[in-house]
Design a binder for this molecule. Structure first.
Ligand code: ADP
Ligand code: ZN
Ligand code: ZN
Length: 733
């Protein structure tokens, strides 16, 4: 027998299928991991097929050394998915296969499979415990209360309560760690709650339409707080009752302990969780439970789409517009395409849910490719908080040069004095910034593309990320002549400093990439804010969604324009989504909320629609402008990125590919809207030089052209140059 193997090295030159012989007595099937001789090494690999014959001389084939696991880890479906991904995204086989298994399995690193479990030690009375725990150690007391309901995995507890709390209780002997998971009790109290909810008529209708409609894909468009999660859970429930399985994807940032607990409460041990809080061993454990069929639902971030479930009946992508669903480093892929593949393969349903759907998805729904399912009403009686727009140019004219408008400062003061809480939001994306006149709001844009130019401090130039055109830095506003040109952006740190001066003695928390390099830090900060240890929280995108703080009555959006003028055709869409989401943080309980949005472009249409929460109006306007300018969804942007250590080599490779693509374009003029080769906006990362070929292709020719371009790339592959493709990338750096 012959075994067709992909070896585990990420290198374009060996991303081929190698034939090996299989000696008698060794049983290997499609989807097994194997150990094979390769050159003078032994490498791990994946058997992706078996055959009777080979194109090579069988007697000269080397034999497979061993089978690595005692189970098969890649299903037929995943092998088909691998081929699909290679074709669609120009990926290497091996980079796809690596996505399908837990990292720890590679290199035989799976050792400890047991999960540490935490439970209350026997033999203590409540009184004895109280004596041992100081009454100010609130977290310790809370943890004891929680463990009274049943034991819990150590990692889950640590994530929620912090290691110091856990260790303090272990040291006192009140709780104990065991490494044998006792039967895991679902959270009884929550369980009841979860079942009590009776779906509203529109929720019920949504579930029916999603599961029984004729379309594979549904877009669940429901305003924030309309009860989408309840719809997902009900649909999952029904699918399980048919003996099928389900995949539920959420942005990483929404995987809060609360959300995980809700799913646990509802589905008990039938649900596996894949999130960044898990250790390698736990991740492996959860993956095995999915593979064996013990767990029938997976809840996780983007990569959970590759969960080894069979017989999938439903896939949910919550917050479908979220940028995190597009992988922006190798392997680059769009989760939605993978989800569609898996849904079609399994005859399953796919739901894309959002309060602010991407223009792309909503257009497809309008055209009838997706079923449009709406939840127009909030469950609670409270409306969305009022949004007020503050004109920052006007502030400047009146002599206020601070980051805060006078109105925002006054409202902050009121909030603090009333004992309520405020969130101040700073817009951040990537490392780039734009050039803007502080007086009249003029923004430097590309003459050809009408997208905002990005300021690159390294060479002190403004660049267009869509055509590569370069411009001199502005020193004076071409519209009003003012010399007050703003480059760059304000940092969270600076905001906190200003606040400390304004409100001495008031607790202020800061949350951004710097303060939250660890996931636990992120949860700690949110926990502290919820516990009212601070009155003001300053943060970036991270605080925009999902969190429920009942005492927050004021939300300030400090520099709304940041994303509006990000060099990206999606910038208006992103801004609308962000404003809607951030605004949703205010006034969630019975207290009325207020949102103050600071901008230098108060009359921009995005703010007009966002202020009224008018998604449909915004969609019409934005959809129109995409059609006129020829950006997605009316075209497809294809970016071929080449990187390598030798500048000349990479440049030559780019040139060769470009010549061939250009020749193809000349013969097929009407398929292309744009084609250009250039240095990447970020011309060098670490030691690698970067070039790119940018194309905008008419939508209806997307498949044809990408196939041809990939063929050309393949033909021009050069040693020392890595080539990647991106379809509608989120960022062009
Ligand atoms: P969304 O995901 O659309 O923003 P959620 O699913 O978070 O909304 O629901 C908002 C709130 O409404 C939650 O607290 C949820 O428990 C509650 N809820 C949802 N459906 C119902 C229902 N049918 N009856 C009562 N409360 C509900
Ligand atoms: Zn100006
Ligand atoms: Zn341009």
């Amino acid at each position: 027998m012959i075994c067709k193997v992909i070896v585990d090295i990420s290198n374009s030159e060996v991303d081929r299928i190698f034939d090996y012989s299989v000696e008698d007595g060794l049983e290997i099937s499609k989807g097994d991991r194997v150990l094979v001789p390769f050159g003078n090494k032994k490498l791990e690999g994946f058997c992706i097929d078996t055959a009777e014959k080979s194109d090579y001389d069988v007697s000269k084939l080397k034999p497979v050394i061993a089978k690595l696991d005692d189970f098969s880890c890649i299903s037929e479906e995943m092998l088909a998915l691998m081929r699909f991904m290679k074709e669609k995204f120009y990926l290497r086989y091996i980079d796809c296969l690596r996505l399908f298994i837990p990292g720890q399995m590679r290199g035989g690193r799976v050792r400890e499979l047991k999960r540490l479990y935490l439970r209350l030690a026997d033999g203590f009375t409540d009184e004895e415990r109280q004596k041992l725990i100081p009454s100010r150690a609130r977290r310790q007391l809370e943890l004891v209360e929680k463990l009274k309901e049943g034991g819990e995995y150590l990692s889950v507890v640590t994530e929620e309560f912090g290691a110091s709390t856990v260790n303090a209780l272990v040291d006192k002997g009140i709780v104990e760690k065991t490494d044998k998971p006792v039967y895991r009790k679902p959270y009884d109290s929550l369980d009841c709650d979860a079942n009590k909810v009776k779906l509203t008529a529109s929720q019920q209708n949504a579930v029916d339409k999603i599961l029984n409609g004729e379309k594979t894909v549904s877009l669940l468009y429901g305003v924030t707080g309309s009860g989408k999660t309840e719809v997902y859970m009900n649909a999952i429930d029904r699918v399980l009752k048919q003996g099928k399985t389900a995949i539920m994807l959420v942005p990483e940032i929404s995987l809060t302990p609360q959300m995980l607990r809700n799913f646990r409460a509802r589905f008990s041990s039938g649900v596996a969780m894949l999130h960044s809080g898990l250790s390698q061993g736990e991740r492996y454990d959860e993956w095995r439970r999915l593979l064996s069929g013990e767990a029938k639902i997976v809840v996780g971030a983007r990569s959970a789409i590759f969960a080894p479930l069979k017989n999938v009946g439903l896939i949910v992508i919550d917050e479908e517009h979220d940028a995190s669903y597009v992988s922006e480093s190798n392997p680059r892929y769009n989760t939605c395409d993978i989800a569609r593949f898996r849904a079609e393969y399994n005859g399953a349903k796919l739901v894309l849910g959002s309060a602010t759907p991407s223009i792309e998805s909503f257009l497809l729904a309008r055209r009838g490719e997706y079923a449009l399912v709406s939840l127009p009403e909030r469950i609670s009686r409270h409306g969305m908080p009022r949004i007020e727009i503050e004109n920052m140019s006007q502030e400047l004219i009146c002599g206020n040069n601070s980051i805060f408008s006078r109105r925002l400062e006054a409202e902050l003061r009121k909030t603090v004095e009333n004992g309520n809480q405020a969130i101040l939001f700073l817009n951040r994306r990537g490392h780039s910034s734009f050039a803007m006149c502080k007086k009249c709001g003029y923004i430097a844009k590309c003459e050809d593309c009408d997208v905002t130019l990005t300021y690159h401090s390294v060479d002190n130039m403004l660049k267009c990320h869509y055509c590569g055109k370069r411009y001199k830095m502005l020193t004076q506003c071409p519209d009003c002549g003012s010399k007050e040109i703003k480059y760059g952006k304000i940092g969270t740190q600076r905001v906190v400093q200003e606040l400390e001066k304004m409100f001495p003695g008031v607790g202020i928390l800061r949350m951004d990439n710097e303060t939250t390099t660890k996931k636990s830090a992120y949860l700690d900060i949110l926990g502290a804010f919820k516990a009212k240890e601070a009155q003001i929280l300053v943060g970036t995108q991270m605080i925009a969604k999902g969190h429920d703080f009942p005492d927050v009555t004021l939300v300030g959006i400090l520099d709304a324009d940041m994303s509006l003028y990000f060099s990206d055709y999606r910038s208006a869409e992103r801004t609308f989504q962000l404003v809607t989401q951030v605004a949703g943080r205010a006034g969630r309980s019975d207290k009325e909320g207020l949102v103050i949005l600071q901008t230098y472009s108060p009359s921009h249409y995005v703010y007009r629609y966002a202020k009224n929460y008018d998604y449909l109006g915004f969609f019409e306007k934005e959809n129109n402008s995409r059609e006129v300018t020829g950006f997605p969804p009316y075209s497809t942007i294809l970016r071929v990125l080449m990187t390598g250590e030798d500048d000349e080599t990479v440049k030559n490779c780019a040139r060769n590919m470009f010549v061939d693509i250009r020749a193809y374009e000349l013969e097929n003029k009407n398929e292309f809207l744009f084609l250009q080769a250039m240095r990447s906006p970020v011309a060098r990362i670490e030691r690698n030089y970067r070039y790119q070929i940018l194309m905008r292709i008419k939508r209806e020719y997307e498949e044809e052209v990408t196939r041809e371009v990939y063929r050309i790339i393949e033909q021009n592959k050069t040693r020392g140059v890595s080539v990647f493709a991106q379809i509608n990338p989120q960022s062009m750096s």
